[in-house]
Each structure stands twice: as structure tokens, then as C-alpha cells.
Design a protein around this ligand. Structure first.
Ligand code: SAH
Length: 254
């Protein structure tokens, strides 16, 4: 039996139309779709009626497919000659572990294509009226994990984030918001630096709160902002006052 094909696809940040044309084709072609919690499930409406849909976020028994199990699943299905689309939220290379899956497929001799996606760290701020760069505000931005694994948050990095980069975009950081803000101030960032949190960015239920490194923790707690949310730190946040568009009008692009 011929070996199948795997597509490792970025589903975009949430809004169902923010997937790429190529990404959508990969959904339409798939015999099997393995999808994450943050990939908009409405995209599955484009799948073939007989396609097998496998959710690898939380399963009914509250069991999450571990990365190794996902890797094995992709190999197993493709080895049966099937076309498999692995759908991930945002861009697969941004905190998406796509390289691990690609390496396993390479090792197993299975051909694959990687389809980039619109990442939440750029799209969610923009849907809140915040561009990550701006001629007068920011000539650099960093995408940073807010998961505090060992090695992610060494002193030199905090110093670099606090003093060397204009816009900081934290993924997976809501639970560590207080720590992130205090570390930035401790390492030299002004406590009046504007901060925004965008929850469920690009979806109709998107919510945004703004404050400063000093005040945002209380503001976010008051609004009960939860996962998934992007944290943006930098003076670009102030541009929201002028160019905010999505929430104000509640308009969904068509
Ligand atoms: N590969 C994804 C990121 C995966 S990490 C991408 O490129 O967007 C998961 C984190 O992404 C979440 O904890 C949250 O910080 C962020 N995220 C994903 N979708 C989001 C959305 N619609 N709104 C706000 N944050 C989102």
C-alpha cells in the first residue's frame, strides 16, 4: 500500500476565515483530521463527510493525547495510505511543536507539507487595534512563552526583554501575569509601560483589557480574563485608543 501524506497546518488564530487557502485545501483533502482545542472546530465543516475527525485536546475521560501519542497516530494513519491533516491553532511553528512532529514523520519516511498560519500573537492584538510594530513606537517585537519552564526565564533574558525589545508578546501567560509584570519592572522596564490582554482574539467573544505593568494584574482579575489570551507589553498598546475597530463595531470580516 502506498504511504500517505501528512499536512501540518496552521488553522489561524480563531476566526474561521483566517486560515490560509492552502490550509483549507488540506482540510478538504484529508481522510483523517487530528485537531487541537485552539483550532476553530467550525473548520471541520469543510472536511469530507467520511473523514475521520480526531480531537487531541481534552477527551471525554479528561485525558489529553500526549505528544508521543499524537506522533504515533500521524505515523500510523499515514502508513495506512491515508491523507492526514494535523490542524493546529495559529501558526504551527509558534509554540506549536510542529518540528517534533515533522522530525518523527521524517524518521518514519512519511512525506509531509507544513502550512504556516496566522499567529494569535500578531492577529489578536491587531483585532484589538494594536499593531506589534509601528514607525514611531516599536521597531522590534518578541514572541515569548509565559510558561515558566526551567531555562525559559533566566536573568539575562528578563533583562533583554525589559530593556532590548520594544513590543513583548506573551503566549500562555495569563496565569503568570503578575510574575511577568514584576520581573519586567525589576529588570528595568518602566512600570507605566502600557499592557493589554486579549482573550479569545479574532472571535466574536474577543475581550480586551488594558492597563500598565503596575495596574494590569488587578484589571485583568476584575474582568476575569482567562486562557486563551495574549499579553502585549509596549507603547504600541496606546494605539488602540485611535485605531481600535473590531470590538467597537462588533464587525466580523466577511
Ligand atoms: N501556535 C499558536 C500558539 C499556541 S500556544 C499560535 O501561533 O497562535 C497557545 C497560546 O496561544 C494560548 O495560551 C494563548 O496565549 C495564545 N492564543 C491562541 N489562540 C488565541 C486567541 N484566539 N486569542 C488569544 N490568545 C490566543
Amino acid at each position: 500500500m502506498a504511504t500517505g501524506q501528512v499536512y501540518l497546518v496552521g488553522a489561524g488564530p480563531g476566526h474561521v476565515k483566517l486560515i490560509t487557502v492552502r490550509g483549507l485545501e488540506c482540510i478538504q483533502e484529508a481522510d483523517v483530521i487530528v485537531y487541537d482545542r485552539l483550532a476553530n472546530a467550525e473548520l471541520l465543516e469543510h472536511a469530507k463527510p467520511e473523514a475521520e475527525l480526531i480531537y487531541c485536546g481534552k477527551l471525554p475521560k479528561h485525558h489529553t493525547l500526549r505528544q508521543e501519542e499524537i506522533n504515533d497516530l500521524l505515523v500510523e494513519k499515514a502508513s495506512q495510505g491515508l491523507t492526514v491533516t494535523r490542524l493546529k491553532g495559529g501558526d504551527p511553528a509558534v509554540f506549536g511543536r510542529v518540528a517534533e512532529e515533522a522530525a518523527v514523520l521524517k524518521h518514519a519516511g512519511i512525506s509531509y507539507e507544513i502550512v504556516p498560519g496566522v499567529t494569535a500573537g500578531i492577529a489578536a492584538p491587531m483585532f484589538a487595534g494594536i499593531p506589534v510594530t509601528h514607525r514611531e513606537h516599536s521597531s522590534s517585537f518578541a514572541m515569548i512563552t509565559g510558561h515558566l519552564h526551567e531555562g525559559n526565564f533566566v536573568e539575562e533574558k528578563w533583562k533583554a526583554y525589559a530593556t532590548g525589545i520594544d513590543t513583548l508578546v506573551f503566549y500562555m501567560g495569563v496565569q503568570n501575569l503578575s510574575y511577568i509584570c514584576s520581573q519586567l519592572v525589576e529588570h528595568g522596564k518602566d512600570e507605566t509601560t502600557p499592557v493589554a490582554l486579549i482573550e479569545w482574539g479574532t472571535l466574536e467573544k474577543q475581550r480586551t483589557v488594558t492597563g500598565t505593568l503596575e495596574t494590569i494584574e488587578g484589571i485583568a482579575a476584575e474582568a476575569a480574563i482567562t486562557h486563551p489570551a495574549i499579553i502585549v507589553v509596549g507603547s504600541v498598546v496606546s494605539l488602540r485608543d485611535t485605531i481600535q475597530w473590531f470590538e467597537k463595531e462588533s464587525v466580523v470580516p466577511r
